[in-house]
Design a protein around this ligand. Structure first.
Ligand code: PEP
Length: 248
């Protein structure tokens, strides 16, 4: 089954308006054919980045969202607001949301359902902490995080799972090719059991955690690795585009 690889850059709380626009334009210039490539800048730069990348195949994404449509939710951003700014994909369950900013599994689940229901591409992040891996709980942790999705999402092209071991995010220590493939295969089998094999064969599963141009080819050539979610290396257009090219 051939799946179009998807490489997304998560800029986190980085860039200024000027550097965001420069980075977006430089990234938009080099999108390789045959790979879906996206960037998720900070909320406040989405509008100007959207204008800067107009006409390019680069997909605009958001790092988070709130699940309610509108109302008294100080500081939050709705999906309709994101759609108005050209957002095509949204991350849910990123490890920094789970472990630093306190998003609970039930909140993450509501966010994921809202993103999917709004017709956007959902990038749902899962991954174990180091102590969970060391105590043999990786599959169990990932399984619970997959359950946040329920089983009602019917379009596999709009469901993307990002497997991001917490110990690999921003640490410079990536999973080995074999470690990534093992968990990706588990995720695909889990999706196959809950939905169907056909559905699971179409869902893209990204690897995230210290992906760099030097390790991208090995990771991205694994059978069940369909792209990458990239943090640090997405802040340099040439590094990010080299990773995207490695996904072909
Ligand atoms: C991420 O934030 O999703 C990520 C994978 O970060 P990094 O590439 O910096 O490890």
């Amino acid at each position: 089954m051939s799946r179009t690889p998807f490489v997304a850059g998560n800029w986190k709380m980085n860039t200024s308006k000027t550097s965001a626009l420069e980075l977006a334009k430089a990234t938009a210039k080099g999108v390789p054919a045959g790979v879906a490539v996206g960037i998720a800048p900070p909320f406040v730069f989405l509008d100007s980045v959207n204008q800067a990348i107009a006409g390019s195949p680069l997909l605009l994404g958001a790092q988070d969202v709130y699940f309610e449509k509108n109302g008294a939710y100080t500081g939050e951003i709705s999906i309709e607001m994101l759609k108005e700014l050209g957002v095509k994909f949204v991350l849910t369950g990123h490890s920094e949301r789970r472990h630093i900013l306190g998003d609970s599994p039930s909140l993450i689940s509501k966010k994921a359902h809202a993103v999917y229901a709004a017709g956007l591409i959902l990038v749902h992040c899962v991954g174990e902490k180091l102590e969970q891996r060391d105590s043999g709980q990786t599959f169990e942790v990932v399984q619970k995080q997959l359950e946040e999705l329920g089983d009602s999402m019917q379009d596999p092209d709009r469901l993307v799972i990002a497997y991001e071991p917490v110990w690999a995010i921003g640490t410079g220590r990536n999973a080995t090719d074999a470690q990534a493939q093992e968990v990706h295969q588990y995720i695909r089998e889990s999706i196959s059991k809950r939905w169907s094999k056909d559905f699971a064969d179409r869902v893209r599963i990204q690897y995230g955690g210290s992906v760099k141009p030097e390790n991208a080819k090995g990771l991205l050539s694994q059978m069940d690795v369909d792209g990458a979610l990239v943090g640090g290396a997405a802040l340099k257009a040439d590094s990010f585009l080299a990773i995207a090219a490695a996904a072909k």
